[in-house]
Design a protein around this ligand. Sequence first.
Ligand SMILES: Cc1cc2nc3c(=O)[nH]c(=O)nc-3n(C[C@H](O)[C@H](O)[C@H](O)COP(=O)(O)OP(=O)(O)OC[C@H]3O[C@@H](n4cnc5c(N)ncnc54)[C@H](O)[C@@H]3O)c2cc1C
Length: 366
Amino acid sequence: MPRIAILGGGLSGRLTALQLAGQGFQTALFDSASRAGEQSAAYVAAAMLAPLAESVEATPEVIALGRQSLPLWRTLLGRLNTPVFMQQQGSLIVWHGQDKPLAVQFEQHLHRAAAAPAAEHWQAAQIAAGEPQLAGRFQAALYLPGEGQLDNRQVLDALADALDRAGVDCHWHSPVETADVQASFDWVVDCRGFGAKAAWNRPSETPDAAKLRGVRGEVARVYAPEITLNRPVRLLHPRYPLYIAPKQNHVFVIGATQIESESQAPAGVRSGLELLSALYAVHPAFGEAQILELAANLRPTLNHHNPEIRYCRTRRLVEINGLFRHGFMIAPAVTAAAVRLVAALSDNREPPPADQQSGLPYLTAP
Ligand SMILES: Cc1cc2nc3c(=O)[nH]c(=O)nc-3n(C[C@H](O)[C@H](O)[C@H](O)COP(=O)(O)OP(=O)(O)OC[C@H]3O[C@@H](n4cnc5c(N)ncnc54)[C@H](O)[C@@H]3O)c2cc1C
C-alpha cells in the first residue's frame, strides 16, 4: 500500500490521516506541536457547525459544504471510541430592539442562501420556552433549526486516540517541510493551515492562484455556573457581533474577533473588553462568570474565502487549505474529497476536474 505523509495534525490533518488509514494506506502524521493540538486554529475555535447562521459570512460553496458535513460529523463521531460532545439543537439569533435593521439584513442573507424558509421567527414567549434564561431580555429572535456545534478540544483528543488505534505513525513536536519527508513517502498531503503559507504562496504560473493569509481571531472561554443555554446564541450588534457557544459543564466559548492581521500575539485587552462587554449585555449573570482563557490564532484564509484542494503529480503532493472561519463546519466534506483524490492519484487514475460528491474542484498546484 502507498505510504502517505500528512504534514500538520490540526483539524484537517487528523481527519485526513484517519480516513486514509481507514482505507489501508500506510499513514504517518507530523505536527510541530503536541497531540493536544495547542498550536492549531482548531484548538481555539468555537467549533460551531452553523451553515445558516454563517450565511452572512460564507460563500454559497462553503454553505453547501457545511450542509454536507453535518451528517458526516455524526457518522464520524459515532465511529470513535472516545466520546465527543456534539449538539444539534439549532442556533438562536438575537438582537436588541434598536438593532432590528441588522435582523432584516440577516434575513436577506438567509434568503440569498435559500435558507430563509428554514428559519423560525420566535417571539418573547418562544424565547422564554426555548432559552428560559433569556426570558424577557429579547422580544424577537430567529431560530435556525438543525445547526450544531462540537467540543473542539474533545474532537482533537478523540481523533488523536483514533489515529493511534488505526496505526497512524504520529510524530508530535515535529515541524516539517515537504522536502524533509518526500523521499520516504509516496505522497505528501500538506494540511498545515497557516503554517503552510510560504509553501502555498510559492511562485505560480497561474496568475490568479489564490494566496494564503492568516486572519486573526480571538475568543474567550468562561465558566458561568449560573447560566444554562441550550444552543449557540448569536447577538447581532453593529459594533460587537458575538456568539456564545455553550459547551458542557457551564463552559461557554465567546467569539470571535476577525482582524486582518497575522499577529500571533496573545489576545488583546481591547478584544477582551469587546467580547466580554457584549457577553454581559446578553445576560448580566455573565458578570459573575470566571474567565478561563482568552486565546488567539490565525484562520488560514484564501482570497475568495473558499477552501482549495490542489495537487502536483511530479512533486507527489496534495495540499488542502483555506478552511478560514469554517473549518469545523466543512472539514468532513473537504477532507473526504481530498482522500478520494489521493486514492485516485496513488492508483495512477486521472482524477476528475472536481470531486463528484462535494463539488470541490481539484486544482493543479504549481
Ligand atoms: C478564533 C477562531 C474561532 C473559530 N471558530 C470556528 C467555528 O466556530 N466553526 C468553524 O467551523 N470553524 C471555526 N474556526 C476555524 C477553524 O478553526 C479552522 O478553519 C481550522 O482549524 C483550520 O484547519 P487546518 O487543519 O487547516 O489548520 P489548523 O487547525 O490550524 O491545523 C494546522 C496544524 O498544522 C501544524 N503545523 C503548522 N506548521 C507546521 C509545520 N511546519 N510542521 C508540522 N506541523 C505544522 C500546526 O501545529 C497545527 O496543528 C475558528 C478559528 C478561530 C481562529
